[in-house]
Design a protein around this ligand. Structure first.
Ligand SMILES: Nc1nc2c(ncn2[C@@H]2O[C@H](COP(=O)(O)OP(=O)(O)OP(=O)(O)O)[C@@H](O)[C@H]2O)c(=O)[nH]1
Ligand SMILES: [Mg+2]
Length: 360
């Protein structure tokens, strides 16, 4: 699962990428049209609490991959290398300028809603171009030979085209599971779920500002459309936080009226937007979070650990993380009956702790 960080020039994309992934972006000889890739740990208090109980030798959090791409625009999107670096991501974080800084140029006034709409429009135009090309091809093929599958694809693309022509991104279009499969290969840009990230000014009332900034710029309704979300960060403060120890950062956060780093919230929201949840495996050797799609069956979840566990799955000893903490040990939980056996079709819940029993 990979998330692309997009946005207009100089809005703070690379700064965000750097603090997310703690990666260095200044590599020499790097083609600016290719994306930088980095990995961020998904912060998870639940796992930290389980680790406090087990004191494992290894503690492994879930992770999300991010790609820092060059500034977006009609021109950039015409370059296939650029468009392709975006096509391969599963979701987008769209960084929007909400900070004033006269020394850093921006197109006109600070107006993140306008910028968000413009970039969405560019994505829509790009998808329309793709669809038109494919429709032309399909028309020719259908004249030569009728095929029910090609006809279905033709109808679907016609419908997608009509949708895009109303200037709405494909992420808002309703699709049956079959249509989703049919359309997947195109990797349409406007179909990707998006998290708008408002990059705000540093201020003494940052905690409050972050809460209110989406409303201030009239973005609440805009960002509550299907497959969209919104969050706010202050790039400057996050960059300072990234350099601090845990104790220092707790003090620093409270001086701004903040409970947690905006980055933590952003990573969590992008995880949710991708439709992902975590389950845990625990023990004295290792406590670990595993990433699965929401709605996965226990057998499929076992496959996230190892394909052999999926193939030879028997049962999963399961307990919700907070029940395990409450019981204080697996033995206690078993005698209380909160540790239970689930079969292969059990739908795994976010925060379940599982031991997979298998015959491998
Ligand atoms: N005041 C202020 N400046 C910021 C903030 N975030 C980034 N900047 C500054 O904005 C400039 C651009 O930041 P980058 O992170 O390089 O932006 P970018 O979107 O990657 O830029 P391009 O890749 O060139 O499009 C730098 O000078 C940053 O220091 C912020 O929250 N507040
Ligand atoms: Mg950059």
């Amino acid at each position: 699962m990979k998330t692309g960080i997009i946005g207009l020039p100089q809005v703070g994309k690379s700064s965000l990428f750097k603090i997310l992934t703690k990666a260095s972006v200044e590599e020499r000889g790097h083609n600016p049209r290719e994306a930088h890739i980095g990995i961020a740990k998904v912060p998870d208090e639940r796992l930290d609490k389980l680790a406090a109980l087990y004191q494992p030798k290894k503690l492994i959090h879930a992770s999300v991959e991010y790609a820092d791409v060059a500034a977006i625009g009609q021109e950039a999107l015409k370059e296939s290398a650029y468009a392709n670096s975006l096509r391969i991501v599963d979701a987008l974080i769209h960084v929007l300028r909400a900070f004033d800084e006269p020394s850093i140029p921006h197109v006109g006034e600070v107006d993140p809603l306008r910028d968000a709409k413009n970039v969405d429009f560019d994505l829509v135009v790009n998808d329309l171009g793709q669809i038109e090309k494919r429709l032309e091809r399909l028309e020719k093929d259908l004249k030569k030979m009728r095929s029910p599958e090609l006809e279905r694809e033709f109808d679907l693309l016609k419908r997608a085209k009509a949708h895009l022509e109303t200037e709405r991104p494909l992420r808002e279009m309703e699709l049956s599971p079959e249509d989703k499969k049919r359309i997947r290969g195109f990797m349409f840009l406007s179909q990707k779920p998006v998290l708008y990230a408002l990059n705000v000014n540093e201020s003494h009332t940052l905690g409050d500002d972050l809460e209110k900034v989406a409303a201030k710029y009239g973005m609440v309704e805009f960002a509550s459309r299907p497959n969209s979300g919104i969050t706010a960060i202050c790039g400057k403060v996050e960059a300072e936080l990234a350099e601090m120890s845990d104790e220092e950062s707790a003090e620093f956060l409270s001086s701004y009226g903040l409970k947690e780093s905006g980055l933590v919230r952003l990573i969590r929201k992008s995880y949710e937007l991708l439709g992902l949840i975590s389950f845990f495996t625990v023990g004295e050797d290792e406590c670990r979070a595993w990433t699965i799609e929401r709605g996965s069956r226990a057998q499929v979840a076992a496959g996230a650990i190892h394909s052999d566990l999926e193939k030879h799955f028997i049962r999963a000893e399961t307990i919700h993380w907070d029940q395990l903490l409450e019981a204080g040990s697996e033995a206690n939980a078993r005698s209380r009956g909160t540790l239970r056996l689930e079969g292969k079709d059990y739908i795994v819940k976010d925060g379940d702790v599982m031991h997979i029993r298998h015959s491998a």
